[in-house]
Design a protein around this ligand. Structure first.
Ligand SMILES: *[C@@H]1O[C@H](CO)[C@@H](O)[C@H](O)[C@H]1NC(C)=O
Ligand SMILES: *[C@@H]1O[C@H](CO)[C@@H](O)[C@H](O)[C@H]1NC(C)=O
Ligand SMILES: *[C@@H]1O[C@H](CO)[C@@H](O)[C@H](O)[C@H]1NC(C)=O
Ligand SMILES: *[C@@H]1O[C@H](CO)[C@@H](O)[C@H](O)[C@H]1NC(C)=O
Ligand SMILES: *[C@@H]1O[C@H](CO)[C@@H](O)[C@H](O)[C@H]1NC(C)=O
Ligand SMILES: *[C@@H]1O[C@H](CO)[C@@H](O)[C@H](O)[C@H]1NC(C)=O
Ligand SMILES: *[C@@H]1O[C@H](CO)[C@@H](O)[C@H](O)[C@H]1NC(C)=O
Length: 857
């Protein structure tokens, strides 16, 4: 008896504690400074159905805004509560809200809409735009039409915005000028700081290629608790998200089977997948294909979603194995829009055990071809792996729209489908209940509350654009030898000094300065956001001024970046030894207070890419383009052969070729560099890294790296230079999207001249162009072995330059190219002696060896 009551008491105590924890965490997320729950147009706020407290909007409204507060005339029975839906703020002219937020944190922004008649304003008259933090969230937006298409009285639009560097989030509502009597309205605004949950995603059907998500804003399109039930904002793990049932989105009759975890099984979050990624309830339920292997072998478990065309989408799939414990028990393929996203997915293989959550991110571009406004997610057992069970599983699914390169997220208003209108007529006109399945109709047409439907605008390479803002066009670096404190930096002279190893230690001191953190802070105005010239996966690059006038680029590692201290030191060690006219030089570093900072020469003219097609127009004459390519080729040739251990750049692209004030090309960003094969190996096997559109197909097929991978990427750069267009442009017709494929095809068909930069037409020597194009094509050979070496590429480019300069005498040109090449080889030899002896002494350390990836399978 005694022990029984004891148990009972513990249980009560336990549930009591859980409640307290629950209440506390709720309270915290709401009072967090910078989190807002705003009931617009209401004079004293109130509490909603979930017990969340909302406050009035007037303190955040810009004093210059003219607005009307109003109450809806009718209350739809489906409204969960009066707050925030029954009151609205109405704007008849552009008006702005301003909220103080953290300048560093990503934000969830949720807009609550209840289209209804407010005073004398009819709901069908509202057409408006909403802009936040420079991103167009909505344009020519009709809440009335959207609600109709969703078959809901109210809805929520959710966005994830990049950090607002000014610390002031401005949200501007602008009534459309295209419709007379148009106005804007809003019922509720929710803002919360969120962790950085967007990192890197794999491109569907370009296996091994990734997109860096950090610099984008997103609109949530769908968020589903697969095989489970609706989870409201207070049931979410602290981020106020809503998770919907997935069944309305299932395709066909094959629904698979759903199941839940055992009661006593615990979901074990890890530091990689913390609880805020998705709540326990999402991982506790799943949908699988079913028990019959022969049935499973013959169908795909498929979900279908309506999305807006001309956008890139992030598809996030959440997995947690609840039944099996061993590798190769359940292995399946993942398809997104009929393209392969993953082959042989094995949840246990990824995480090691049952009950451990993991998510996978994929990105895909949805074009505007007829019938393409659907996004399909399908799972099928990987029969070729002969898993124990022919089955597949999914626990959760999110789909986000990624902003395009106009910072736009707005689509078109949805067109309610005929099927929906018919269904509506049946419900309202004909009182007999129809025998169709309403869930499927609604799901198929639009989707669950708020994460609505629409369609619009351009393509995706926006993050490149943002990065390219980089390096700026600021004034030039002072000529002569810059002096940094005690350090004397001379890129020119050092290449001819230092034949013996005795000088190395002294040279090393000169090569690379050690800066204090306060010096760096002074140089960058305390890491002022206004000095940011580039952003990447590693962190930010700032413009800095040291010694009262010398410009430098300061690369500050993001504390959360994966780069460890050892790698950082390895990079310094390697960079400080690499000196070449065509490589960006390391000036110094700072390692203090856990900061890892590298200081480089400032490149006054920015990236090669911005001079090719920044404003759709390149101003570079052909000869200058050739000289830039030759410079970059020399830099790469030096990396491949100028030092004892071949250094493979791994990320050759037009944004990693920088230009100094004299238009001298310098190869930059060795963050991904690895030393190449030693005598016994012929390749470095490593995780595939690099940039989309430039990656050697052989490299990602075989995950083997040779210097010929750089040659391939450089071939893509050469075509970029010739055609003045990006390596990838998904807004173009399919066959033109990928520059390397398109250029090869045109060359094969003999019409390459039609796709060259229009600015060059008539101003380019055809022989020079042919030599150049021919070289570029050879770089793009499918097999690394068939590609020329960087030295050959260099020779051919020199030749193309001679043909341009001296078009009438090909033979003479060839001789000159030979001479130029011979001279270049000579200068390399002297460098080789110096650098190889330096690298030798560090070759025993493990610095250059790539650690095996512990997560790799
Ligand atoms: C807010 O109002 C002030 C004047 O009250 C005005 O100077 C400022 O431009 C307004 N800001 C916006 C974003 O409208
Ligand atoms: C509008 O706001 C004013 C001042 O806050 C308040 O007195 C009034 O009652 C509000 N009107 C409505 C319809 O809520
Ligand atoms: C509604 O009434 C207000 C004044 O009460 C007026 O300023 C406004 O123009 C009217 N709007 C419409 C759409 O009639
Ligand atoms: C996928 O394939 C199916 C059948 O082949 C087709 O009906 C559907 O439109 C395709 N979906 C997409 C998004 O291409
Ligand atoms: C499953 O989907 C993939 C990709 O669309 C398709 O290639 C395959 O034929 C489908 N399998 C079945 C059995 O429908
Ligand atoms: C605005 O949206 C409406 C409804 O979708 C559409 O008919 C109209 O053409 C759009 N106007 C503009 C300027 O895009
Ligand atoms: C998508 O882009 C194409 C080409 O730029 C354009 O013609 C089409 O109208 C766009 N579609 C939508 C829905 O915006």
């Amino acid at each position: 008896m005694r022990s029984n009551s004891h148990v009972l008491f513990s249980v009560i105590l336990l549930s009591f504690t859980i409640n307290i924890i629950h209440v506390r965490s709720m309270g915290k997320s709401e009072s967090d400074s910078g989190s807002f729950l705003i009931s617009c147009g209401s004079s004293d706020g109130g509490t909603d159905a979930d017990g969340r407290k909302w406050v009035p909007d007037s303190p955040y409204l810009n004093s210059s805004a003219i607005s009307i507060n109003s109450t809806a005339q009718t209350q739809d029975p489906s409204l969960p509560s009066q707050i925030p839906y029954m009151s609205a703020r109405i704007f008849t002219s552009p008006s702005t809200y301003q909220f103080p937020v953290s300048p560093k944190k990503r934000l969830w922004l949720r807009l609550y809409f209840y289209p209804s008649t407010y005073s004398n304003f009819s709901s069908s008259d509202a057409y408006f735009a909403v802009v936040a933090n420079g991103f167009t969230l909505l344009n020519n937006f009709s809440a009335f039409i959207s609600a109709k298409a969703l078959t809901q009285a109210y809805f929520i639009k959710e966005y994830s915005l990049t950090p607002v560097h000014s610390g002031k989030l401005e949200i501007t509502f602008t009534p459309s000028s295209q419709h007379s009597g148009s106005y804007a309205f809003i019922n509720g605004i929710e803002i919360i700081h969120m962790p950085h949950i967007f990192k890197e995603a794999s491109w569907v059907s370009y296996l091994g290629q990734t997109l860096d998500l950090g610099t984008y804003s997103f609109q949530t399109m769908f968020r589903l608790n697969v095989g489970g039930q609706y989870i409201g904002p207070t049931g979410d793990s602290g981020l106020g998200r809503i998770w919907y049932d997935d069944s309305p989105y299932l395709y066909g009759a094959a629904d698979g089977v759903t199941y839940e975890k055992d009661k006593d099984m615990k979901i074990q979050y890890s530091s990689n997948i913390p609880e805020y990624i998705a709540p326990v309830d999402v991982y506790s339920s799943a949908r699988s294909m079913g028990p019959n292997p022969s049935v499973n072998e013959n169908y795909n478990l498929t979900w279908i979603f309506q999305v807006d065309a001309n956008f890139t989408y992030l598809v996030r799939l959440h997995f947690c194995e609840l039944q099996f414990t061993k590798i190769n028990q359940r292995v399946f393929d993942i398809f997104v829009s009929n393209q392969t996203a993953e082959i042989g997915a094995d949840v246990i293989g990824w995480v090691g055990s049952k009950g451990v959550p993991i998510y996978k991110d994929y990105v895909t571009y949805v074009t505007d071809d007829p019938g393409d406004e659907e996004l399909w997610v399908a799972l099928h057992p990987t029969v070729s792996e002969k898993p124990q069970y022919y089955d597949a599983v999914l626990n959760g699914l999110e789909i986000f729209k990624i902003n395009d390169n106009m910072r736009n997220l707005a689509g078109l208003n949805p067109t309610p489908s005929e099927m929906l209108l018919e269904a509506e007529a049946q419900v309202f006109g004909d009182s007999s209940p129809s025998n169709h399945n309403p869930g499927k109709v609604i799901g198929g047409v639009a989707g669950a509350a708020g994460l609505a439907v629409a369609a619009a605008a351009v393509c995706f390479i926006a993050y490149e654009r943002k990065k390219r803002k980089a390096h700026g066009t600021g004034s030039s670096v002072g000529s002569g030898l810059p002096i940094y404190g005690k350090c004397q930096i001379s890129t020119g002279k050092l290449t001819i000094s230092g034949k013996g190893s005795s000088q190395i230690s002294t040279l090393r001191g000169h090569f690379c300065c050690h800066f204090s953190l306060s010096e760096i802070r002074n140089a960058t105005k305390n890491f002022n956001e206004s000095e940011v010239i580039g952003v990447g996966g590693f962190g930010k690059v700032y413009k800095g001024i040291i010694n009262g006038g010398t410009k430098v680029a300061v690369k500050r590692s993001n504390p959360s970046s994966q780069q460890g201290v050892r790698e950082f030191q390895a990079e310094i060690d390697m960079l400080s030894k690499l000196r070449h006219r065509h490589l960006v030089s390391l000036v110094g570093f700072c390692e203090e207070n856990g900061e890892m900072i590298l200081v480089y020469d400032y490149m006054a003219r920015g990236t090669l890419r911005e001079h090719l097609y920044k404003n759709n127009k390149s101003t570079l004459p052909w000869k200058q383009r050739l000289e830039i390519c030759i410079g970059a080729a020399k830099g790469l040739h030096y990396l491949h052969t100028g030092v004892k251990y071949t250094i493979i750049h791994r990320d050759v692209k037009s944004t990693n070729i920088l230009l100094d004030e004299n238009w001298v090309a310098k190869v930059s960003d060795f963050g991904l560099s690895r030393t190449g094969p030693s005598l016994h190996q012929t390749h470095v096997s490593t995780l595939v890294k690099g940039s989309f559109g430039y990656l050697d197909p052989e490299y990602f097929r075989r995950q083997q790296l040779t210097e010929k991978s750089d040659v391939y990427s450089f071939g893509v750069v050469l075509f970029e230079v010739l055609c003045a267009r990006p390596a990838l442009d998904p807004s173009l017709p399919k066959e033109q999207v990928c520059l390397s494929d398109w250029a090869l095809l045109c060359q094969k068909n003999g019409n390459l001249v039609d796709i060259i930069d229009p600015q060059l037409k008539g101003k380019i020597n055809l022989e020079s162009m042919n030599k150049f194009a021919d070289t570029a094509c050879k770089c793009l050979a499918d097999q690394g072995l068939e590609r020329p070496s960087m030295g050959d590429v260099l020779w051919n480019l020199e030749f193309a330059l001679q043909l341009e300069e001296n078009p009438y005498d090909g033979k003479c040109a060839e001789e000159k190219a030979n001479d130029a090449y011979a001279m270049h080889s000579f200068s390399l030899t002297t460098e080789e002696e110096r650098t190889s002896s330096e690298l030798e002494d560090s070759s025993n350390s493990a610095i250059f060896s790539q650690p095996a990836d512990p997560n790799g399978r």
